[in-house]
Design a protein around this ligand. Structure first.
Ligand code: SAJ
Length: 476
């Protein structure tokens, strides 16, 4: 019997399994359960010591996710009360599902060799394979290296089930595009890339996702094209940030203000002319832009190594972009060292206050924060370092202070690393009092302060891209 016939025999999708109750799986499961087109959704969660607690919480209609997620708890309570959603650690219930999605994190094993840790995803795929039945649809939502769906996922599912992908079951990749703080809105409103290993799988996956889309529409393509789309979305954003970061370094060297250049370039628009000019900064953190470039690079090496035609010996533009963005914390270190010397203070005797540990403005997310390599360089240079963050409360081996004055007390340098809105109102007089220094150093990594205000108050100022101010006269 062909896959199409198996699916026809099974009928429309009614029961859905979502494996991985994280910030992608939970809203996805809740939205599937809300749709009148589906009868029932099981959320599958390992009953592990670190995340088993989520099962009971979810079955009480409570969200285990940190931070505000508008509408999520109400939706969970609604679908739990209506008995349309239940979370379980009993993976054998997958056997009763018509479709199963997997939303499991694929972090890096370590920062050095930038290889993804697929172990949790593989375990999830094996669990699905164990209970796979003919005519079922399996969808990977995790961000994966291009080629993973048609190789690793397909092979593991076939091995565990004895069934054949594309013949006995449908297989697709539908990458998540959610941002914390707007999970439900993103799933409903973003267009959804849906990539099947064949047309039948693409059609079946389209049947699964269409009902939850309100504004967005399904964009069908192959599974590998879907994997490349997702990794490219973040690779291109990282590239655009690297482009403006490199320009910032040039502007500093040429003694001009990057924000004049930025507004000039940005003024060229209309008639289809656009320049995606983003914002220079102290670095790029997070779990998306810091890794998806390397997924894309590994994908082309895995799928197209002997065919790829690229300038001989030239590094990948995208990897170069990563290196430029990862250089920015080092540039902040150079700016700090130079400014301390101008203030007559050597690094190994300096006390430096870092403002901002989260990788994103007004967020508590500290994953791959650029503040960390910067702090490591300061400590390596003998400086004493304090760190302030109003949102991030803890981090392994790094004490995070929530009181600004305590952080800046007796500091020779104040260094803004995250664009938290509080840092827009820093008061130069108050900082001079708290730091006790005649010429405190201030380094602005996120264009938060007015250079002239601080220079007038005797500060030694340096800012990313501010070639027009970085060699100012020291006043007073
Ligand atoms: N950053 C800059 N300059 C910029 C923009 C960002 O230095 O102009 C830095 C930020 O400070 C941060 C890092 O880059 O350290 C990443 O910032 P981000 O705004 O890209 O936030 P992320 O990492 O959470 O990216 C997510 C991605 N969304 C998904 O993967 C579903 C990305 O595709 C989105 O474009 C981005 O959110 C978004 O636009 O909010």
């Amino acid at each position: 019997m062909t896959l199409e016939a198996l699916i026809k025999k099974r009928g429309p999708i009614k029961k859905i399994g979502v494996v991985g109750m994280g910030y992608v799986g939970i809203p996805a499961a809740a939205l599937f359960a809300e749709s009148p087109l589906f009868d029932f959704v099981h959320g599958f969660q390992r009953d592990s010591s670190s995340s088993g607690y989520k099962i009971a919480m979810l079955n009480r209609g409570e969200s285990p996710l940190k931070g505000e997620e508008p509408g999520l708890e109400e939706l969970l309570k609604k679908v739990v009360t209506a008995k349309k959603f239940e979370c379980t650690s009993d993976f054998s219930k997958i056997a009763k599902m018509d479709a199963v999605t997997l939303s499991i994190q694929t972090p890096f094993l370590n920062k050095e060799d930038l290889l993804p840790d697929f172990s949790a995803l593989k375990e999830g795929i094996r669990n699905v394979g164990r209970y796979l039945s003919p005519g079922m649809l399996v969808v990977l939502e995790s961000t994966v290296t291009p080629g993973t769906t048609i190789t690793l996922a397909s092979d593991l599912l076939e091995k565990e089930s004895g069934l054949k992908a594309g013949k006995d079951f449908a297989l697709a990749h539908a990458p998540e595009r959610v941002m914390v703080g707007r999970l439900l809105r993103n799933i409903r409103e973003h267009d959804r890339i849906v990539g099947g290993i064949d047309d039948v799988s693409t059609r079946r996956a389209t049947e699964l996702y269409s009902p939850v889309l309100t504004v967005g529409k399904v964009i069908p393509m192959s599974a590998t094209a879907a994997e490349v789309t997702k990794t490219t979305e973040n690779t291109f954003r990282d590239l655009q940030i690297a482009a403006i970061n490199e320009l910032a370094l040039y502007c500093e060297a040429m003694g001009i203000n990057i924000y004049d250049v930025r507004s000039g370039v940005d003024s060229l628009k209309g008639e289809g002319i656009t320049r995606a000019i983003l914002w220079p900064g102290a670095g790029v953190g997070g779990h998306c832009l810091t890794k998806d470039t390397y997924h894309l690079e590994r994908g082309v090496q895995m799928l197209g190594k002997d065919i790829l035609d690229y300038p001989k010996g030239e590094p990948s533009l995208y990897v170069l972009a990563r290196r430029i963005n990862d250089f920015m914390p080092m540039h902040m270190f150079h700016l700090t060292k130079d400014a301390l010397e101008r203030a007559g203070c050597s690094l190994n005797k300096a006390k430096v206050a870092i403002l901002g540990w989260a990788f994103l403005a007004d967020s508590d997310d500290t994953r791959n924060t650029p503040s960390e390599p910067y702090r490591d360089s300061l400590i390596g240079g003998g400086a004493t370092v304090t760190v302030h963050d109003p949102y991030a409360l803890e981090y392994p081996n790094v004490p995070l202070l929530q009181n600004l004055d305590d952080t800046m007390k007796d500091s020779d340098a104040i260094v803004i690393f995250a664009g938290h809105h509080q840092y827009k109102n820093l008061d130069p007089d108050h900082i001079r009092t708290v730091s006790g220094k005649k010429h405190p150093v201030i380094i602005d990594g996120r264009n938060m302060i007015d250079p002239d205000l601080f220079i007038r108050h005797g500060f030694v100022y340096k800012g990313i891209g501010r070639g027009d101010k970085n060699m100012h006269k020291i006043i007073g």
